[in-house]
Design a protein. Structure first.
Lengths: 239, 282
């Protein structure tokens, strides 16, 4: 399998304090990879580093054979990396439709493409069609998560980074969201999933990395990780 | 128009441009010299044509000035996580522009004769100067154009997205820095054009902008900082109240009434006429 994303010795810091150190992981074309770990382990930071929301202190990020380490977030988005940020971050005063248009910003010159993309995500989440003219800030948390995911899919990303998609949502909505993530993956998008619900994450992904205090302490196929004593004890609970 | 530029910059950058008043002055001087020297003497245009041309010259001057200030002040100081530095820097730009104009044009006010200021229109029993009709008409057109731009074009929507959440807008493939530059250019062009419109009404000196900006700030605060609709509404409201004040209380009390209104707003509804919708996280 071809490598889509390769992160090498990445160090990211808030001010002087490094949040992740010597981070190395990769995502192959068509794969779902998860980063799991406790709160504050550096999962969100790692994703932000990949999407370009945080400039790296050290290390390299190779995307599709190209060094993107020094590219700003918007250039990475145009290259095919989409991030569904923690806490959704929909544009509250824009309507649902306008939010989706922003997601498809790179297709702004191609109205037909934009319309077909819009049609596709609204097919996936009919709720968004019902609310198309409503300000995104008035949506429920679950609807906002659907919108944030759809907005990211509007750009037809090659790599979709999901930050805590299940956070604060009802179980039924979470199932919906994960079904859509798998559907996007089946359609050819690689996925990098950060999730505090390790059980969900390990069931969805094929490979995983375990982060602790800003460093990777274990990695491997999810089936193996699920049996790993440290993972079991820390994240899945004893049986 | 002046207030709208202020609110636009605040809405997108979260910063106050203290040099905004001087952009108005620069626009007024640009218009003055275009109309009275260049267009009539060099191009041989009639007065009316010269004045209309001068409005566009002022618009262009404002836009160029905005571009320069963005490149020199806002862009280099951005991303330092500091709101004070750009604020102080705009005060510096203001002092610089005022003194440059003082050196170039001197402290003695110029008389900017607009051909429209000489004409009077009559509707029923009410008389208007053609200049004031022009001011209203051009402002309304500019505001409508801006509103349409923000509401219906992709770039305008992207601009609003950047105003609401700069980082997330970047994740959408929108270059925030480019749109911030665009915002400053649009706001500055509006200020320049306002200068051309107000030049004939005001006493044209290097400090002319200062008399406008205080009221513009009042309008922006009444409307709610960074809120376009609120600012437009507040502008109309302040205009109407001024007109009534002149009619019933005398023109000397205009500023008193406007600022009393400002104080009242600050006490009763400090968020402005239309409160800004804040996003609810989680």
């Amino acid at each position: 399998m071809n490598l889509l994303l390769k992160v090498q010795d990445l160090e990211l810091a808030y001010g002087e304090v490094p949040a992740v150190r010597e981070l190395s992981f990769d995502v192959a074309e068509g794969e779902i990879v998860t980063l799991i770990g406790a709160n504050g382990a550096g999962k969100t930071t790692s994703l932000r580093g990949v999407a370009g929301a945080m400039p790296p202190r050290r290390g390299r990020i190779i995307f599709s054979g190209r060094d993107i380490t020094s590219l700003p977030a918007y250039r990475r988005a145009l290259a095919g990396i989409a991030l569904v940020p923690e806490g959704r971050r929909v544009f509250p005063a824009l309507t649902v439709r306008e939010n989706l248009e922003m997601g498809g910003f790179k297709f702004r010159a191609d109205r037909g493409k934009l319309r077909s993309q819009m049609e596709r995500v609204m097919e996936m989440f009919p709720r968004l069609r019902e609310r198309a003219g409503q300000a995104a800030g008035t949506l429920s948390g679950g609807e906002q998560q659907m919108l944030a995911l759809s907005r990211a899919l509007m750009s037809e990303p090659r790599l979709l980074c999901m930050d805590e998609p299940s956070l604060g949502l009802a179980p039924l909505v979470v199932q919906d969201i994960f079904r859509s993530i798998r559907a996007a993956n089946a359609a050819g998008t690689s996925i990098l999933l950060v999730e505090q619900n390790a059980r969900y994450a390990l069931e969805t992904a094929s490979r995983g990395y375990v982060l602790q205090a800003g460093a990777i302490i274990a990695s491997g196929p999810c089936a193996v990780l699920k049996q790993d004593e440290r993972v079991k004890e820390a994240y899945l609970g004893r049986r | 128009m002046v207030a709208l530029g202020l609110t636009l910059i605040y809405g997108v950058l979260n910063q106050i441009n203290f040099a905004h008043a001087d952009f108005v002055t620069v626009g007024a001087f640009t218009a003055f010299f275009t109309a009275t020297r260049f267009a009539t003497k060099v191009l041989g245009l009639p007065d009316t044509g010269a004045y209309l041309l001068s409005m566009f010259a002022a618009l262009g001057a404002g836009a160029l000035l905005g571009l320069a200030v963005n490149a020199a002040v806002f862009a280099p100081l951005r991303d330092r996580g500091d709101e004070l530095r750009p604020l102080i820097a705009t005060i510096g730009v203001s002092v610089l522009l005022e003194n440059a104009q003082l050196a170039l044009f001197g402290p003695i006010p110029y008389q900017f004769d607009s051909p429209f200021a000489r004409e009077t229109l009559r509707i029923g029993r009410i008389f208007f100067s053609a200049q004031s009709v022009l001011v209203v008409a051009v402002s309304a057109a500019a505001i409508a154009a801006l509103y349409g731009f923000m509401r219906f074009t992709f770039l305008g929507k992207a601009l609003r997205a950047v105003a609401q959440d700069r980082e997330t807008a970047g994740l959408m493939g929108i270059n925030p820095n480019l749109l911030i530059a665009l915002t400053i250019v649009i706001a500055s062009a509006l200020a320049g054009m306002a200068g051309a419109l107000l030049g004939p009404v005001l006493v044209l000196s290097p400090f002319a902008g200062a008399s406008v900006i205080v009221k513009a700030f009042a309008i922006v605060i009444i409307g709610g900082f960074g809120n376009m609709q609120g600012t437009i509404l507040a502008g109309i409201l302040v205009g109407v109240i001024e007109a009534f004040t002149v009619q019933y209380l005398g023109s000397g009390l205009i500023d008193l009434v406007v600022f009393a209104m400002l104080l009242l707003m600050l006490v009763l509804r400090p968020t402005g006429l239309i409160a800004e919708r804040k996003e609810e996280n989680v």
